[in-house]
Design a protein around this ligand. Structure first.
Ligand SMILES: [Zn+2]
Ligand SMILES: [Zn+2]
Length: 200
């Protein structure tokens, strides 16, 4: 077996070329992988360019640096996470809480057993629960006691007047002034009447 130096050099040349081609393909695929990965993780154009530059310049150590520094979640995962947080917040807000002591209450409680805060009132007609500010029962349309009523009849309106009249009594002076003026107007015709009767 003779050892030909030219075959050896050809073999090394082939091997080197193959290694170079493999490294070039690896470099290109790593750059493309970084481009796809950063595109799904960051919207910022500067962050995208920087990530691709780090991998393109530093090659394999650059990939290591990129894997350490890249955003932990993709944009899709971030979106799903925000949706889950929103749903969680909604369920928390839907749990009824006592306005007085902030403890958990049941929706059909009339008063809080911990701080005795009034929570609901009962319709006197149908007996179902109403919110405290409501003036009208939403189930049977009966106005709550003490609520302002429309389409009120004249008799019902007059029944409330005697109660309001005593409150108007204290300003008595303006009433006296109004009484004086008609008296003065009435005296004038009396003075004119004799002159008219004397003329004929
Ligand atoms: Zn309470
Ligand atoms: Zn009712």
């Amino acid at each position: 077996m003779t050892f030909d130096p030219t075959t050896l050099s050809n073999f090394t040349l082939f091997g080197t070329a193959f290694a170079a081609a493999f490294i070039a393909a690896l470099w290109l695929s790593l750059v493309i992988w970084t481009f796809r990965d950063i595109r799904s993780r960051a919207r910022d154009p500067l962050a995208r360019v920087l990530a691709i530059l780090v991998v393109a310049v530093l090659f394999l150590p650059g990939v290591l640096v990129y894997l350490i520094l890249r955003p932990a979640r993709t944009l899709e995962e971030e979106y799903q996470r925000s949706l889950e947080e929103e749903a969680l917040l909604q369920t928390i807000e839907e749990i009824p809480v006592c306005p007085g002591c902030s403890r958990h209450i049941e929706p059909d409680w009339i008063a809080c057993p911990h701080c005795h805060t009034r929570l609901k009132k009962r319709c006197h007609q149908c007996g179902r629960l109403m919110e405290l500010p409501w003036n009208l029962c939403p189930y049977c349309a009966t106005p709550a006691p003490g609520a302002r009523r429309e389409n009120i009849t004249m008799e019902e309106a007059l029944q409330t007047l005697p109660n309001e009249a005593p409150a108007d009594e204290p300003p008595s002076q303006p009433v006296a002034v109004e009484v004086d003026e008609p008296q003065a107007a009435e005296t004038k015709p009396i003075e004119e009447n004799p002159t008219e009767s004397q003329e004929p």
